[in-house]
Design a protein around this ligand. Structure first.
Ligand code: BES
Ligand code: MG
Ligand code: ZN
Length: 473
């Protein structure tokens, strides 16, 4: 359990004080500081100046020139991480100088979120009851909201990052299922799980074809969050949850194979957003589908040439068992579309290497059949710096995965544009939903992060989805 304290009253006896400045703010404020300081601090991004006296320490932290909100969050986040072990004594206060309410909020978000490292223990000073972030520009009303918002965001984002970072043998199906049961109890979510036999009986043949080679049970999981607010919108969210992707019989090369523990990055983004949304009691209904399995190699595994029948009755020729994500999502999407009425349907997945080669670590690739949804998602991506770039879904690509022996092949006959092929493939399983988006986040969910020497979870998707849900509902 973590606590978050934010006040707008100065802490009188603060032993440690953090003051954040943009370059513009520093120019105005520097006359109030000793002239000896003027060449030592300028407010540049990530600049930190520390002055210590007998019983107090002042930190001055630069945020750069005219920073956007997400840049304020990023700079505060970096500071919190770099100084997380040095900042020890309480009382401590953060001073927000002349920021407006939104900027102060970003500052505080960054400080709390930035403390994450794996494994997360929540023992950072900022989470102790004695710690207060003093945000003088935030109103009484705003304080309560901000405090709840940051707590919700931390709980969601830390859960997201923690599960993605866990080693393969720490995130077996029973582990993640138990966690999902716990959050369901905590937030009164309705939870339904289908194991392999039940999935088979239901006709989730595409999903089962991925799970059939595994020593682990399948867990096709449905989580429902309901608001009391009348006439609220219902959003369907599907997250790719391949706990580890060996590639199956079409096995992957061993180099960097350990990173395939991150193949549940779509699911962890959705789980993080669900936790945050439920904590904040957002006025929206959520139906979340996580088709949980690993993609293993064994003598019962699916073999190239297999033909399976998906939940919507379409047949799929499995030509590459490493294109497993689209198999699990196909059934996730059609199960959701056939059994729930949703105003928007969004899936997130670490789906293709192709999207990584296209956009690297800079943005997710997204596909959608609805202009309003596109605009809303892109806007949230820009606001949170968890960016998205749109790619087309033209019908010509459908020809590339026509099969001779089934409705579709699970890969293209051509060696290019696989992230588009995968998006177009998924479109065949949304059952005509008029408001669908697919987010391929393979490049952004897991990457270079400050808290690990190797790659780690970025938390991508949680703030993006939360911002989207707040504004779309
Ligand atoms: N999980 C991978 C995609 C991936 C690649 C995620 C890199 C994160 C980083 C997916 O299941 C996969 O293996 N895709 C194949 C598809 C191919 C066989 C058509 C790929 O992209 O190589
Ligand atoms: Mg794969
Ligand atoms: Zn995969």
């Amino acid at each position: 359990m973590i606590t978050i304290n934010i006040t707008n009253q100065p802490v009188p006896s603060a032993a440690q004080k953090f003051t954040f400045f943009t370059e513009e703010m520093w120019k105005k404020a520097q006359n109030n500081y000793p002239p000896t300081l003027q060449n030592l601090f300028s407010g540049k991004k990530n600049e930190v100046f520390v002055s210590a006296e007998e019983s107090s320490v002042d930190f001055m932290i630069g945020l750069g020139a005219n920073p956007q909100n997400f840049e304020i969050q990023a700079a505060a986040s970096k500071f919190a991480y770099d100084f997380r072990k040095k900042i020890q004594s309480v009382p401590t206060s953060i001073n927000d100088g002349e920021f407006n309410q939104d900027q102060a909020g970003e500052l505080a978000k960054g400080l709390f979120l930035g403390t994450y490292s794996y494994p997360f223990k929540g023992e950072h000073l900022f989470f102790k009851p004695e710690f207060s972030a003093v945000l003088q520009s935030v109103s009484e009303e705003g304080l309560k909201n901000l405090q709840l918002k940051i707590l919700a965001l931390c709980e969601g984002q830390f859960a997201c990052m923690e599960w993605l970072n866990k080693p393969q043998n720490f995130k077996k199906v029973p582990h993640i299922s138990q966690f999902l049961q716990e959050i369901s109890e905590k937030h009164q979510l309705k939870r339904t799980v289908f194991n392999r036999k039940e999935s088979e009986d239901l006709g989730l043949g595409a999903f089962v074809s991925v799970n059939q080679g595994s020593a682990q049970e399948a867990a096709f999981t449905v989580l429902e969050y309901k608001t009391d607010v009348k006439d609220a919108k219902t959003i369907g969210l599907v997250g790719k949850c391949v706990l580890f992707d060996t590639g199956g019989i079409s096995i992957k090369p061993s180099e960097n194979l350990h990173y395939m523990k991150s193949d549940m990055g779509g699911a962890t983004a959705v789980i993080g957003a669900l936790i945050a949304a439920a904590t904040l009691k957002l006025p929206v209904n959520l139906v979340v589908i996580l088709p949980i399995t690993d993609n293993a190699v064994s003598n019962t595994a699916s073999i190239p040439s297999d033909v399976v029948t998906a939940y919507n009755g379409k047949t799929i020729e499995v030509l590459n068992t490493d294109a497993e994500g689209r198999m699990t999502l196909a059934d996730g999407l059609s199960y959701l579309s056939k059994n729930y009425k949703t105003d928007a349907l969004i899936d997130l997945a670490t789906l293709t290497g192709s999207s990584v080669r296209m956009f690297g670590y800079t943005c997710g690739a997204y596909f959608s059949n609805n202009e309003n949804l596109k605009n809303a998602l892109e806007k949230s991506g820009d606001a949170t710096n968890q960016r998205l770039w749109n790619l087309p879904l033209w019908d010509i690509w459908k020809d590339d995965f026509k099969s001779d022996v089934a409705d579709f092949k699970n890969i293209s006959s051509k060696p290019f544009g696989d992230c588009i092929i995968a998006g177009k493939f998924l479109e065949q399983f949304i059952e005509g939903h008029p408001n669908w988006a697919h987010l391929d986040i393979a490049g952004v969910a897991f990457g270079n992060v400050g808290y690990m020497t190797e790659k780690g979870a970025t938390g991508y998707g949680v703030q993006l989805l939360l911002d989207f849900l707040e504004n779309y509902s």
